[in-house]
Write a protein that binds this ligand. Structure first.
Ligand code: TRP
Ligand code: SF4
Length: 327
């Protein structure tokens, strides 16, 4: 399928900042798709509230950090519409309207609903808002009439639900929304420095805004293959999270060299990680430079301009949906 209208969102939660996992899982495709269609990229602050409604003090700062992240990876606000979800009130309106026809059972059987409730047991997210998370996400997408949604693998079920809701709406009231398809990036799961999936909540992430020194501090003590207790012990690269990062950020010759040398204990982990540190830092350098340029600019104005463009498109869609629903 040829993407025509592209939409995706990122939550301004936790420390706010995006990490390499966000880059691999979604932002990389955001950048690529910029030249393939009309792009709408949203900072979804209402979604942040679904899990963090008890602790709202950092939201504004997180929004700014995520905005800088988006701009620093090369999303060009001249090409793509970058906007804040809560600045587009029509999203709330359409969520209310679609809530009328979204069966509770569809929301309750979303796997992330029960999983997250168990995982985030320290907060009470047994709420109306949290149950409605995937409906709100559906509206983010369809209010822009998007057909293509660059996301990580973990969002595939949410998109299936979005398509079901679209089919139900179009069937009940008449054709209004396209069925959105996920656009997946090939390396969805990047390990963090402790070997688990890279995630804000595990504290194992390398952030796009980390300085070169911080990247070094994080990678140097990073977990490696447990077989390499001594320098002379050979290892299995496939069992080493540092190697997984090599595969993402090192040159083909270096990957092949590390792969061979690790197996015969020809290279030590310290030297192996030095190469990795250099490559990760080289990779992040253009992001850092763009970020420092944008930090000196009035990025709130960039967002305000995006908000206006997004709201205009959203208003047209909601008017159409209301006509079809006769309200
Ligand atoms: N649920 C997505 C995530 O956790 C974030 C999101 C919200 C989103 N609205 C969206 C992604 C719309 C794509 C399209 O990453
Ligand atoms: Fe991992 Fe490199 Fe050490 Fe092998 S040499 S275990 S790939 S850090």
């Amino acid at each position: 399928m040829i993407p025509r209208v592209i939409m995706s969102g990122i939550r301004p939660t936790g420390t706010g900042a995006a990490h390499l996992g966000h880059w691999e899982g979604a932002l990389k495709s955001w950048v690529k798709l910029q030249d393939m269609g009309e792009c709408y990229y949203s900072i979804v602050d209402w979604h942040a509230l679904t899990t963090e409604y008890q602790d709202v003090k950092n939201i504004q700062n997180n929004i700014r950090q995520v905005l800088l992240d988006i701009l620093s990876v090369g999303i060009d606000p001249e090409k793509s519409v970058v906007y804040l979800q809560s600045a587009v009130k029509e999203i709330a309106e359409l969520t209310l309207l679609l809530g009328m026809m979204t069966p509770l059972g569809w929301l309750e059987r979303v796997p992330t609903f029960k999983e997250q409730q168990a995982q985030l047991a320290d907060r009470d997210i047994n709420t109306y808002g949290f149950l409605g998370y995937p409906l709100l996400q559906t509206v983010d997408i369809i209010i822009m009439k998007a057909d293509t949604v660059p996301v990580g693998e973990d969002q595939v079920f949410h998109l299936e639900l979005a398509r079901e809701i679209v089919r139900r709406f179009n069937g009940l009231y008449g054709d209004c929304f396209p069925e959105p398809q996920p656009f997946l990036t090939p390396i969805p799961k990047l390990p963090g420095v402790d070997g688990r999936k890279m995630s804000k909540s595990y504290g194992n992430a390398i952030y796009l805004s980390d300085t070169a020194a911080v990247v070094e501090e994080k990678i140097r003590p990073m977990l490696t293959d447990v077989r390499r207790k001594r320098r002379s012990d050979p290892g299995v690269p496939a069992d080493c999270p540092a190697f997984a990062l090599h595969k993402a950020y090192s040159k083909a010759e270096e990957i092949a060299m590390v792969d061979a040398e690790c197996r015969m204990a020809g290279i030590g982990c310290i030297d192996c990680k030095k190469i990795l540190i250099r490559n990760v830092n080289e990779f992040l350098e253009p992001f850092r430079q763009r970020r420092s340029r944008y930090e000196k600019m009035p990025v709130a104005d960039i967002l305000a301009a995006g908000n206006r463009r997004a709201a205009e498109r959203a208003a047209n869609t909601v008017a159409e949906a209301r006509r079809l629903m006769n309200v």
